[in-house]
Ligand binder design. Structure first.
Ligand SMILES: C[S@@+](CC[C@H](N)C(=O)[O-])C[C@H]1O[C@@H](n2cnc3c(N)ncnc32)[C@H](O)[C@@H]1O
Length: 291
């Protein structure tokens, strides 16, 4: 197989025919073992369509050949391609905006009471809209008070992390950013004649991006965090994996800190180390305290 610089096939390969049940099972097994992602059987058409695009780009003609490549891939880069093919990176600024209203109020209260150090983790940050929305909210809530503030933003996909780190977005992606924030927090730049918006350097400096796979525990992170956002990622995992993740979040959160999950997700019945504040917002309890 000959592959061009950007992974584009130099020779046209014949299109792959339908994926067999055994091949689908092998993809499911590999993905689950490496990432914890549970690929449902009813996703076969999606996997076939997405993986065949990748086959074409690599000049391969069989799902089996690509599976072998994934198994041999030490860098994990090809696995990222597969994850991106079967999961969604969909996100937007101030998604589930009640979380940001909550964040703003809590941080205002904490810093008014003299708290001068804040550590926040945006777990599964995708292309960066979530950690930058956190940064914008903190900036407004802290105002002129002094507070050493850092946001850790992680994802398994190096592709989305690179986009997040660049912090440059087309105008359409800013549709959910209020005008005042847009003026205060972004600089208009031009890329290939297209208007783009770049996150201001002081906000960018608040955020540190790292690759992290939820499956690889314990997480190699030094806590403790005041708040963890883990939104719209747990849906990909089975219950045992979700419970282990929640255990890690409890370990890395300060008692009295908060865990925010997606609106379609819940911790109910999964852990006795949290109490629900409102749907999708949980407070980390002191050890041994049950609700
Ligand atoms: C739908 S996005 C969520 C983005 C953001 N949190 C939000 O709610 O808008 C889900 C993210 O989970 C990431 N992801 C999937 N499996 C993962 C894993 N095993 N470890 C870490 N991140 C993972 C994907 O790469 C994707 O960027």
């Amino acid at each position: 197989m000959k592959v061009g610089r950007k992974g584009t096939a130099l020779l046209d390969a014949p299109a792959a025919v339908g994926m067999t049940a055994a091949e689908l099972a092998a993809y499911q097994k590999l993905l689950f073992a490496q990432t914890g992602i549970v690929l449902q059987d009813n996703k076969q058409a999606l996997v076939e369509a997405r993986v065949s695009l990748r086959l074409r780009a690599l000049g391969m003609s069989s799902y089996r050949e690509y599976l072998e490549l994934l198994r041999q891939d030490r860098s994990g880069e090809e696995l990222v391609q597969l994850i991106d093919a079967v999961s969604t990176n969909v996100t937007h600024f101030f998604r589930e905006d009640e979380h940001f209203a909550f964040l703003g109020k809590v941080v205002e209260r904490w810093t008014q009471a003299g708290k001068d150090r804040l550590r926040i983790w945006s777990a599964a940050c995708s292309t960066g809209e979530e950690p930058y929305s956190i940064a914008m909210t903190l900036d407004a809530a802290i105002g002129r008070r002094r507070c050493d503030t850092k946001i850790l933003a992680t994802d398994i996909s190096t592709r989305v992390l690179a986009e997040a780190q660049a912090g440059v977005y087309p105008e359409a992606r800013l549709a959910t950013v209020p005008d005042a924030r847009r003026r205060a927090c972004f600089r208009r730049v031009s890329a290939d004649g297209q208007p783009m918006y770049e996150v201001n350097p002081d906000l960018r400096a608040m955020v540190m991006f790292r690759r992290l796979n939820f499956k690889a525990m314990p997480y190699p992170i030094r806590g403790a965090f005041d708040i963890i956002f883990c939104r719209n990622a747990m849906i990909y995992f089975d219950r045992p994996q979700r419970e282990r993740m929640v255990g890690e979040f409890a370990r890395l959160l300060k008692p009295g800190g908060f865990l925010l999950v997606g609106h379609a997700e819940t911790l109910i019945g999964m852990s006795d180390r949290f109490r629900v504040i409102r749907p999708s917002i949980y407070e980390r309890l002191k050890d041994g305290v049950r609700t």
